[in-house]
Design a protein around this ligand. Structure first.
Ligand SMILES: Cc1cc2nc3c(=O)[nH]c(=O)nc-3n(C[C@H](O)[C@H](O)[C@H](O)COP(=O)(O)OP(=O)(O)OC[C@H]3O[C@@H](n4cnc5c(N)ncnc54)[C@H](O)[C@@H]3O)c2cc1C
Length: 393
């Protein structure tokens, strides 16, 4: 468990980055534009991430942002993870999500809940080349995540896991999975336990890959656990406390989804602004029409508001301050803004926006996932309402 709190200069503007953050942001932005952008169209069409890119994410050090340096990580902040996810997603949301899930869910869960031995065993691998995935959802349990049916049965020298997981991001590439299963359904959610499962474990299989509307290059697969043998020492945290691990990692992880959404919205808007300055109708650039200018101004304003919410939630988390309500608001709002801004961007491209020759239709397709995963928008509203209604005024 991390105990140190990060020094935050109170009163500093939220979007004013430190020298180190600015340099980091600049290098990821450059990488995204130069190395990812040329591959985006084909990765989307082929529904597959470029393997060289995944290797490059490790080489860049962005798969171990918060992993302590002693294990080969960068020992950096959650805020830096948010910067990376925004920068990658402004070019490709699928690259954004593989890095996001790896850092904000998998590494985060290990950082907060793993034993010293587990950290020593898994962090060097997670920092250096093995992709992580996070397996909570099942066919019958999405929003109602704790109704999960996956079972874990204790044997004398191992656990046996049985069941199926659905919708698991990065499952095609991952080697290390955080899997949630119930050790005793009679206990309800208090039976839920987290396990670290390796792809090579006996009885573990990655199943069908989904053919999706957006985020196509990110793999989303079923996991099949058929008498999957998991060593005793691979229980993550305490037996029966998996529900707490799930709630707390998702509370943090959804700030990363907020970052993905502001990245996607920004990417679409940048393309739209450039196009509006080029495209001529009625004898002038369409950006000269006040009607178009106002649409762009509103989109940029919405995006700025969403970015402030995401950055603030991340800064609160790094400062060890309460952030659950702010994280839910940031994810809810940024996914709404992302849908609006990407939709407008398609419109501003006119007929061209509706074709795959131009980049904006993909941003629009990629925007939709923000209101679904890591808790649907209704689930965010439920969290926000619960905190507001129980807050002391
Ligand atoms: C591309 C993709 C990647 C994913 N990656 C992962 C992953 O890596 N790991 C993982 O564990 N899961 C993952 N998921 C699963 C995702 O978190 C779930 O899809 C999500 O939580 C919603 O669950 P569901 O699909 O079962 O929808 P449901 O829970 O069936 O919801 C359907 C609708 O009902 C509404 N609803 C449900 N209950 C209520 C309620 N009480 N009040 C009001 N409205 C309600 C919802 O808001 C939604 O609109 C992924 C999903 C997708 C599509």
């Amino acid at each position: 468990m991390q105990t140190e709190s990060i020094e935050i200069a109170t009163g500093a503007p939220l979007t004013l980055l430190s020298e180190e953050e600015r340099m980091f942001q600049g290098s990821i932005r450059e990488f995204a534009i130069e190395k990812i952008r040329p591959l985006v169209h084909d990765m989307d069409r082929n529904a597959k991430l470029d393997e060289g890119l995944i290797r490059a994410f490790f080489d860049l050090g962005i798969m171990g942002i918060e992993i302590p340096e002693e294990f080969g990580g960068a020992g950096s902040t959650f805020f830096n993870a948010v910067i990376v996810v925004e920068e990658l997603s402004h070019v490709d949301a699928s690259c954004g999500v593989i890095v996001d899930v790896h850092n904000t869910l998998v590494n985060n869960a290990v950082l907060r809940w793993a034993s010293p031995e587990q950290k020593a065993r898994y962090f060097p691998r997670l920092a250096a080349g093995e992709v992580g995935a996070y397996a909570l959802s099942e066919e019958g349990s999405g929003s109602d995540a704790f109704a999960l049916a996956c079972r874990a049965e204790e044997k004398p020298d191992h656990w046996l896991l049985n069941g199926r997981k659905l919708w698991i991001t990065s499952a095609a590439e991952a080697r290390i999975f955080i899997v949630f299963a119930n050790v005793n359904p009679d206990l309800g959610y208090k039976g839920i336990t987290a396990f670290i499962v390796e792809r090579d474990f006996e009885g573990f299989q990655v199943g069908k890959k989904e053919d999706k509307l957006g985020l196509r290059a990110s793999s989303t697969c079923e996991l099949i656990l058929d008498d999957c043998r998991v060593p005793k020492e691979n229980v993550l945290g305490e037996i029966g406390r998996g529900y707490k691990i799930a709630i707390e990692t998702l509370n943090e992880g959804r700030i990363g989804i907020g970052a993905q959404m502001i990245g996607v919205a920004r990417g679409a808007l940048e393309h739209a602004v450039a196009y509006c300055k080029e495209r001529k109708q009625f004898g002038k650039a369409i950006s000269e029409f006040q009607g178009v200018q106002f649409q762009i101004a509103q989109a940029a304003t919405d995006l700025e508001a969403a970015r402030l919410m995401v950055y603030n939630a991340a800064r609160l988390k790094d400062a060890r301050q309460p952030f659950v309500k702010e994280a839910a608001m940031a994810k809810l709002f940024s996914s709404q803004v992302c849908e609006r801004v990407t939709s407008l961007s398609v419109e501003l491209f006119g007929g061209n926006g509706f074709t795959k020759e131009y980049p904006v239709e993909k941003f629009w397709r990629d925007s939709k996932i923000g209101s679904i995963y890591e808790g649907t928008s209704n689930m965010q509203l439920a969290t926000i309402a619960k905190t507001i209604l129980t807050e002391r005024l």
